[in-house]
Design a protein around this ligand. Structure first.
Ligand code: SAM
Length: 280
């Protein structure tokens, strides 16, 4: 990648190992995608054994991303998106939705997974304004200084930064709140953050909390070894310095549902919350 210094290149994974599951491929397998190996499908199966509803939860997250993008581009009128931890190009990617709303939208996808980048580049070849950059979201300074990230977006105008289904893959000692402070600091005023995260409801919802604990155990003991379910207060901290758009931090399928809000949501589907917030 132009402009990237040699030391960064050394720590980003470049080898695709079909014997080790990846977050992106296991998520793709959960969504029913085709870009995954047997090891990834095995992780997806183990999660479904804990609760079959994990598939619906993954789709709730993807659907939130789609509705959020319609809101950002169609309603707010922002035409540049930095989609961090963008994942494999499943149907209806951020750029598909964004370009339908406004042909002049710039989208920069960033992911650490070399398969995501390879597939993504092939997919966006025909779009001048869509870019795929390999980067590590736990290294905000380097990610934000990447030559393509700088040049593809106008950093003097509002943009939208996505952390959709990403920060729960950062361990507590990786300090996701500090990472988010650094990202928010870098955003021009009037920018938006779109974020979703695995949720541990605690006493608020003991039935779902029990499923959260079983799922977290399965995630952390899978060969991927990541997937933290955090409290509402912990997740709210990732929005520090920002103003929530209604309805605030909410169960994903209740964030601007299409049609009437679903009632009687299965406990597993209460295990991700997210929101959109604006930098004043
Ligand atoms: N944002 C997409 C969505 O919500 O549909 C994909 C979410 S997927 C669960 C998480 C993505 O984060 C994966 O594609 C994974 O490769 C990426 N990821 C995990 N750790 C990362 C890191 N340190 N830097 C960049 N990307 C990372």
């Amino acid at each position: 990648t132009p402009g990237r210094d040699g030391s960064r290149e050394a720590v980003l994974p470049t080898v695709i190992d079909p014997n080790v599951p990846s977050i992106a491929r296991a998520y793709d397998a959960t969504l029913g995608g085709k870009d995954n190996y047997e090891v990834d499908r095995e992780v997806a199966r183990q999660l479904r054994e804990v609760t079959p509803e994990v598939t619906t939860l993954a789709w709730d997250n993807r659907d939130f991303l789609i509705r959020a993008t319609r809101y950002i581009v169609g309603t707010v009128g922002i035409n540049q998106i930095l989609d961090i931890g963008s994942g494999l190009p499943t149907a209806e990617n951020t750029h598909d939705v964004a370009l339908r709303m406004n042909r002049d939208t710039s989208v920069v996808y960033v992911d650490i997974d070399p398969i995501v980048i390879a597939h993504g580049r092939a997919l966006v070849e025909d779009h001048d304004r869509v870019h795929c950059v390999q980067g590590d979201l736990t290294q905000p300074s380097e990610l934000l200084a990447d030559a393509e990230v700088r040049s593809a977006l106008d950093w003097s105008a509002p943009l939208a930064l996505y952390q959709v289904g990403t920060l729960h893959h950062v361990a507590d000692d990786g300090d996701p709140a500090a990472l988010m402070r650094q990202y928010v600091e870098a955003l021009p005023s009037g920018s938006y953050v779109v974020l979703s995260h695995f949720f541990h409801p605690g006493d608020e919802d003991p039935e779902a909390a029990e499923v959260a604990e079983r799922l977290e155990h399965a995630f952390l003991h899978s060969p991927m070894g990541t997937g933290r379910f955090r409290t509402r207060d912990e997740i709210a901290e990732y929005f520090e310095g920002l103003e929530f758009v209604e309805p605030g931090l909410s169960t994903l399928s209740y964030w601007w549902p299409e049609g009437p809000p679903p009632d009687d949501l299965d406990p597993a589907r209460r295990l991700m919350i997210g929101g959109i917030a604006r930098k004043p």
